[in-house]
Design a protein around this ligand. Structure first.
Ligand code: GDP
Length: 434
């Protein structure tokens, strides 16, 4: 996918431009609890060409303070990850030493760099902005992030550099699975276990615009694509950047897939980062399988597995209808089961339930347990249907949908899950006016 990275000192107006580039589109990941950095990541399109914007400042710890080291990391991230780089400077500040540093770093890349002078709100400032030509960056633009002037021309020229967007995905239409999890949980070991003795492996090694290595598996009677972003880490030279690289990569690979295998380490339990991955998967409505790896290291007594399972379910509530598998990637215990389960979840996520069947099952349930009446008004649900969306979403039509509260919604969700196979799949329920 095409990625535009924003680079620049604090206060030059990166967030304003970021929001402009997204064009009021829903910042897709803005409200995921516990994930703050993905506010700096969003999707949009221009002239029909899709792109992702990253405010790299948002991924660099301490980048709100002006530290040369942090700016250097920002630039490295941009250079590694982006298809095009916007280097934002501020006309009201003039050229700073930091701007010179950054342009020196950026001159070394062969990716297109757009020098964008911000806060050029009038003609006089237009003249002042010209001093930035001296930074020696060819693609020069002036904009006002506040009013939006100049951003259209800028976008025209940026998307024109996305030449490889006629890229045809050779794996189009196949299930896409990603293994996500903290470093060292065993993602690579599982990937390698899957690779073993395999002849039908086609790896689509990244061209310049691909973010991840995609591997086609024809195995165990299934055909699917494994998205491996972890493997791309080798490419970068900067180890200290690992944390924000991995945050960003998880976001991207989750977004790219149908099913997320969330791998946790049995010896460490469930941590905040695991929760973040789960939230992201739910937010993007991806299928989820939880894999508890390194199970070989856990001393087992009679109820260990059950205990662990309950422990996780408590953590992930209310979305507990998720398969949990206990594996050892090293001994290959339940590697097959993991794939089988992920494919089952894929199937569940694509499930289309006939309206007649849905009503036949759900209406009697609703009839015997209707939504509680409010202020003496009876709430009647007359009809329901699955929406024509790519993932399971349902509309229930009622006389007074606005009075139906969260607990009843949860009740309906549970009944849907009990009656139709939706395990591992986040679902959405809407109450609408008949
Ligand atoms: P990644 O960072 O998630 O890709 O983790 P790796 O696959 O590189 O694994 C990290 C370490 O854990 C390696 O030393 C693996 O050999 C080890 N490891 C991975 N899976 C298992 C497992 O199921 N059992 C045990 N005992 N060790 C494992």
């Amino acid at each position: 996918s095409n990625i535009i990275a924003l680079v620049g000192r604090p206060n030059v107006g990166k967030s304003t431009l970021f929001n402009r580039l997204l064009q009021k589109r829903e910042a897709i990941v803005d409200s995921v609890a516990g994930v703050t950095r993905d506010r700096h990541y969003g999707k949009s399109d221009w002239n029909g060409i899709d792109f992702t914007v990253i405010d790299t400042g948002g991924y660099v710890v301490g980048s709100e303070d002006i530290f040369e080291e942090e700016i250097r990391k920002q630039v490295e991230l941009a250079v590694d990850e982006a298809s095009a780089i916007i280097f934002l400077v501020d006309v009201t500040e003039g050229i700073t030493d930091m701007d010179k540093e950054v342009s020196n770093l950026l001159r070394k890349t062969d990716k297109p760099v757009f020098l964008v002078v911000n806060k050029v709100d009038n003609a006089m400032l237009e003249t002042e902005a010209m001093e930035f030509y001296s930074l020696g960056i060819e693609k020069y633009y002036t904009i006002s992030g506040m009013t939006g002037s100049g951003t259209g021309d800028l976008l025209d020229d940026i998307v024109a550099t996305f030449k490889e967007d006629n890229y045809v995905d050779p794996f189009e239409g196949l299930p896409r699975i990603t293994i996500a999890g903290r470093p060292n949980v065993g993602k690579s070991t599982l990937t390698n276990a899957l690779l073993e003795n395999e002849r039908n492996i086609v790896t689509n090694i990244a061209g310049t615009t691909r973010d991840s290595i995609e591997t086609l598996y024809e195995k165990f009677g299934y055909k699917f694509v494994l998205i491996d972003t972890a493997g791309m880490r080798k490419k970068t030279k900067v180890n200290e950047n690992l944390e924000f690289y991995s945050v960003m990569r998880s976001i991207r690979s989750i977004e790219d897939s149908d099913v997320v295998i969330l791998m946790i380490d049995a010896t460490l339990g469930w941590e905040k980062q695991d929760m973040n991955i789960l939230f992201l998967a739910q937010k993007y409505r991806k299928g989820v399988v939880i894999v508890v790896n390194k199970w070989d290291l856990v001393g087992k007594e009679t109820n260990t597995l059950k205990y662990f399972e309950n422990f996780i379910k408590e953590k992930i509530a209310p979305f507990t209808d998720v398969p949990i598998i206990f594996t050892s990637a090293v001994t290959k215990q339940r590697v097959y089961k993991t794939v089988e389960t992920a494919m089952k979840v894929y199937e569940n996520r694509s499930r289309r339930i006939k309206t007649s069947k849905l009503n036949e099952i759900m209406l009697p349930i609703i009839e015997s347990t209707p939504p509680p009446s409010i202020k003496g008004k009876y709430i009647k649900i007359k009809y329901c249907t699955q929406l024509p969306t790519r993932t399971p979403q349902f509309a229930f039509f009622a006389n007074l949908p606005q009075y139906i509260k969260e607990p009843y919604k949860r009740f309906i969700e549970n009944k849907l899950r009990q009656n139709f196979e939706l395990t591992g799949v986040p679902i959405e329920i809407y109450f609408r006016q008949k």
